[in-house]
Design a protein around this ligand. Structure first.
Ligand code: TXA
Ligand code: MG
Length: 353
């Protein structure tokens, strides 16, 4: 299959309008279309068509027990797929949607069993991205979409990275430029007595607490030895090809700690790559060539770090690095989402400095 990439960055232009119409036609015909959102690129199918959704699992190599979330353009589409929407979900809808958040709600019978993995619930996401909502409107149906990567690989935040994983597997990729946030949506389970965060994202625990008075973290997120409630959170994820070790601790001591670790690894014969702050990357310029240093933003600039970690992890796959060192950051605010992804990418392999 030939994979076409159509640019839709200028949403008002004729080219984007034609591309969105083509995407709508393909989705209604049961085909897959990759599209930009404000978090990461999605791999979309008609969310009411079980056979179309089955193609997503095939293209990604995704385990079939891992449910898909449904993307909607507006409030009316939420009602189409979910019922008994509780007051806490109403508050979240009013405060944060459209935005980088997925609500777990009681599902309606129109939602195909194929995508819920047998659960009585459905994940509902109303993206902030105008391009994503325009595509959903063009399709006229809720759009099922996981991140547009091969299962287990880092999520793509550019059309080029989608093409890398999906070339030849799908007919169309809509290119809306790089994603603004760079980490997947916050998943909030609204089906119990209190809101529970199943996956941290750009809508932070602090922001949820302000609106709801409180929000719990799924115990699986805080290291407890329990099965996560979002099935996808149990899989190894986001992994680059070379093994990644995180260095965590005091930012001012990072550069020296990196230098020690790099020396040791190089002595053992490794080609070392580092994914670290601008500061640490600059400090190690004398021991690591520039193509093996991926700066993710200034220390503590959480928005920049979130926006760059996946592309940096993907970029290492084009180098000869066989050992990667990553710099950890705070777990406050957006840092919780960043550290969740970095811990998974490293297989929870960390050194406290
Ligand atoms: O930002 C995002 O959410 C991106 C973009 C494309 O919208 N999508 C995304 O989808 O990250 P995916 O499939 O990669 O992650 C969705 C997560 C999975 O871990 C899945 O197990 C979980 O949501 N999930 C889906 N339905 C669920 C449900 N009914 N209950 C609990 N977890 C659910
Ligand atoms: Mg994913």
């Amino acid at each position: 299959m030939k994979t076409e990439v159509l640019n839709i960055e200028n949403l008002k232009g004729d080219a984007a309008k034609a591309a969105l119409a083509e995407a709508g036609r393909l989705l209604r015909a049961g085909q897959l279309v990759a599209f930009p959102t404000e978090t990461v690129y999605g791999l979309g199918a008609n969310g009411l068509d079980g056979a179309a959704c089955a193609k997503i699992y095939e293209a990604k190599g995704r385990p079939s027990d891992n449910p898909l979330i449904l993307h909607v353009a507006d409030r009316a589409m939420v009602e189409e797929i979910a019922e008994d929407i509780p007051p806490m979900a109403e508050k979240l809808l009013a405060a944060f949607l459209p935005g980088p958040m997925t609500l777990i709600l009681k599902r309606k019978a129109v939602v195909p069993d194929r995508i819920t993995g047998g659960l009585a619930t459905v994940g509902v996401r109303m993206p902030e991205s105008a391009a994503a909502r325009a595509m959903i409107r063009a399709a006229g149906v809720p759009v099922a979409a996981p991140s547009a990567n091969i299962s287990g690989r880092p999520s793509p935040t550019t059309a080029a990275s989608v093409l890398r994983d999906m070339d030849g597997r799908i007919p169309l990729i809509l290119d809306g430029g790089p994603c603004r946030f760079g980490v997947e949506s916050t998943i909030v389970d609204c089906t119990g007595p209190v809101a529970v965060i199943l996956r941290p994202g750009a809508i932070t625990r602090e922001m949820l607490t302000e609106v709801l008075g409180g929000a719990r973290l799924d115990p699986a997120l805080v290291g407890a030895n329990v099965t996560p409630k979002a099935p996808g959170m149990k899989y190894k994820h986001y992994a680059p090809r070379a093994p990644l070790t995180l260095l965590e601790g005091e930012p001012t001591k990072m550069a020296a700690a990196f230098r020690r670790q790099v020396r040791q690894l190089q002595k053992e014969g490794h080609t070392v790559g580092i994914l670290a702050s601008d500061e640490v990357c600059a400090a190690l310029a004398d021991v690591i060539p520039s193509e093996l240093r991926k700066p993710y933003g200034a220390q503590g600039d959480l928005s920049a770090i979130a926006a760059h970690i996946y592309e940096a992890l993907i970029a290492f796959d084009d180098t000869n690095a066989d050992a990667l060192l990553g710099e950890g950051t705070t777990e406050r605010g957006l840092g919780l989402a960043i550290m969740n992804r970095l811990h998974k990418a490293s297989g929870f392999h960390s050194i406290q400095i």
